[in-house]
Design a binder for this molecule. Structure first.
Ligand code: HEM
Length: 319
């Protein structure tokens, strides 16, 4: 029957299109062998001269994915200053030059093949590994987005959001309460500017008092590091004592009332997230395994694959 034949041809075609449009591990193996090694060595080289690089690159991947999906729009620079990375919630982002450098090397080896969004995802994984965190396979095959707008980045998870708001913002992206806890644990490396601290340390939710969840002994330490009226650009470790090592100390600090960021401390304030913090505080192996899984999940958010989007030549512009 011709009708049946047409229908099955359509079904087959749509199946093929779906396959073509999916992420997969080793996507560049044939078209650009060695692509992952190029990214890895660019990240390692940058790390040798700047210990801040892994934290920056890991954060960059999250900030790319959380606005319009993991499609490299965070990298765009535009002359009107209305691009996504100019949004308030993206303050302090770094690592752009590392991505640009990796991309330049990839373009000279295999022009027009490797997307900027994939470089960001790979660089995040390499940053985790460089700081002694778990290796996980990164799915690749993302393509780069065609827009980047500051207006799309107005509702990012905020450091002062209460836990129910954080949960809602993550859930809106298909991320669970366990994902919120696990992904926040990226704060096991890196630093924050004192800019994000004053309300937590001196005027929690407008009370004129500090966040009561901070352990008393730790509060004085934090206030000394980010004093009232002090330099908002001064940077302090987020996972104090272990800020250069990707480990589960982050959870132990939170459990002890020694979280630095308010959103991290808030993970103890809900019955859904508190047990997850406690689980990983006492189980480093489970944390290593589950962090990789949640990063793969985050890396799938809103991806463009197949014939959608494009492969940029330079990551900072829509060329
Ligand atoms: C729950 C929502 C989150 C909030 C409210 C939040 C907030 C922040 C803030 C305020 C900083 C300091 C930024 C600066 O001063 O430069 C920071 C740093 C950082 N964030 Fe998050 N974050 C969240 C989730 C995540 C996630 C999901 C990841 C990655 C998977 C991540 C990775 C990082 C890293 C690695 C740093 C250190 C950056 C550096 O050293 O330059 N964050 N975050």
């Amino acid at each position: 029957m011709p009708q049946l034949a047409i229908l099955s041809a359509i079904a087959l075609l749509s199946f093929l299109c779906t396959c073509k449009g999916q992420l997969s591990v080793g996507f560049y193996k044939k078209n650009c062998p060695g692509a992952e090694d190029i990214v890895k060595s660019a990240v390692a080289k940058a790390f040798q001269s700047d210990a801040a690089v892994p934290g920056q690159l890991l954060r960059l991947h999250f900030h790319d994915c959380i606005v319009d999906g993991c499609e490299g729009s965070i990298l765009i620079k535009s002359s009107d200053g209305k691009q996504e990375n100019k949004a308030f919630g993206h303050q302090g982002l770094g690592g752009f030059d590392v991505i640009d450098n990796a991309k330049a090397q990839l373009e000279s080896k295999c022009p027009g093949v490797v997307s900027c969004a994939d470089i960001v995802a790979l660089a995040a994984r390499d940053s985790v590994v460089l700081t002694k965190g778990p290796f996980y396979e990164v799915e690749t095959g993302r393509r780069d987005g065609l827009s980047s707008s500051i207006d799309h980045a107005s509702n990012l998870p905020d450091v002062e959001d209460p836990i129910d708001v954080l949960l809602k913002k993550f859930s809106a992206q298909g991320l669970s309460s366990a994902d919120l806890v696990l992904l926040s644990a990226a704060h096991t490396i890196g630093t924050t500017a004192c800019f994000f601290m004053p309300n937590r340390l001196f005027n929690f939710h407008g009370t004129g008092r500090p966040d009561p969840s901070i352990a008393p002994g730790y509060l004085a330490k934090l206030q000394a590091k980010c004093p009232k009226g002090g330099n908002v650009n001064a940077r302090i470790a987020i996972d104090e004592g272990s800020e250069n090592v990707f480990d589960n100390q982050y959870f132990i600090n939170i459990r002890n009332g020694s979280a630095v960021l308010q959103s991290d401390g808030a993970l103890l304030s809900s019955n859904t997230t508190k047990p997850v913090v406690e689980l990983y505080a006492s189980s480093p192996d489970n944390f290593r395994r589950d962090f990789g899984l949640t990063m793969v999940k985050m890396g799938r958010l809103g991806v463009l694959t197949g014939s959608k989007g494009k492969i940029r030549k330079v990551c900072s512009s829509f060329n």
